[in-house]
Design a protein around this ligand. Structure first.
Ligand code: HEC
Length: 220
């Protein structure tokens, strides 16, 4: 009796084990597939990675709105924003401008940014007739492709942000050149220099730049 019982037990344990082992087949693991860059004998060029069908466009990369991406119509810099300028767009433009452009152009856009005060080539002020009349596409193009000594910011600044910055520069230009007729009744154009003087400061001190530190004169 005892021996028979042991045999039955052994048989069922073996049976279960066999079921268990065969149940664990690794079909998913062993399926036929190409591991990246592996050679293939199937294709004539021996490459398992197939070339992309001609004309394929990656998701989000269809740059069909040429004006949005270049700021140009043909070869001409455009006068229009490619999307409506809302308060949010201007606020975004101001924030991005303050991050990326003020080191050279300053918050006012007069070209006296901090690194210019430390010897970098001074950019022109935005508040000249030439740049006031420049089409908005010019600002977009300068950010996208650089201009003379200025590097481009295409990698750092996404396309929509470049437009937001361009719109903000327009606002900046207006802010420094407002005419009384631009303002609502009851408001006054304040002289730019006067407006920079801190309440407690000596008149005129707000407009003068701090002297450029001489080389080696820096303290830690
Ligand atoms: C590292 C300093 C630096 C930074 C940062 C910088 N610029 Fe400039 N920018 C210059 C210099 C220098 C020039 C003049 C280039 C020249 O004439 O060779 C210039 C010129 C310009 C001009 C005038 C182009 C013309 O028609 O004369 C515009 C517009 C301009 N920058 C916009 C921007 C904007 C917008 C940003 C921020 C996204 C920016 N710049 C960031 C240095 C800088």
């Amino acid at each position: 009796m005892g021996i028979r019982f042991t045999r039955v037990l052994t048989a069922s344990v073996l049976g279960m084990t066999a079921l268990f082992v065969t149940g664990c087949r690794q079909d998913m693991h062993d399926q036929p597939k190409f591991i990246p860059l592996r050679m293939s004998d199937f294709y004539a060029d021996k490459r398992s990675a197939r070339p992309i069908v001609e004309g394929t466009v990656a998701r989000g990369q269809l740059k069909d709105d040429t004006y949005f991406y270049t700021g140009k119509i043909g070869n001409q810099e455009g006068e229009a924003m490619p999307f409506p300028v809302t308060a949010d767009v201007l606020a975004r433009g101001q924030q991005r401008y303050n991050i990326y452009c003020t080191p050279c152009h300053s918050e006012l856009g007069d070209g006296h940014g901090m690194i210019v005060q430390r010897g970098y080539r001074p950019p022109p002020s935005y508040h000249t007739d030439r740049l006031r009349k420049a089409p908005i596409g010019h600002f977009f193009d300068v950010i996208t492709n650089g201009f003379g000594a200025m590097p481009d910011y295409a990698t750092q600044i996404p396309v929509a942000d470049r437009w937001a910055i361009s719109a903000y520069i327009r606002a900046l230009q207006l802010s420094q050149n407002a005419q009384q007729s631009d303002l609502p009744a009851g408001t006054q154009v304040v002289d730019r220099v006067e407006s920079l003087i801190p309440a407690t400061g000596t008149p005129g001190s707000g407009a003068t730049l701090p002297p450029t530190p001489t080389q080696g004169g820096e303290t830690k």
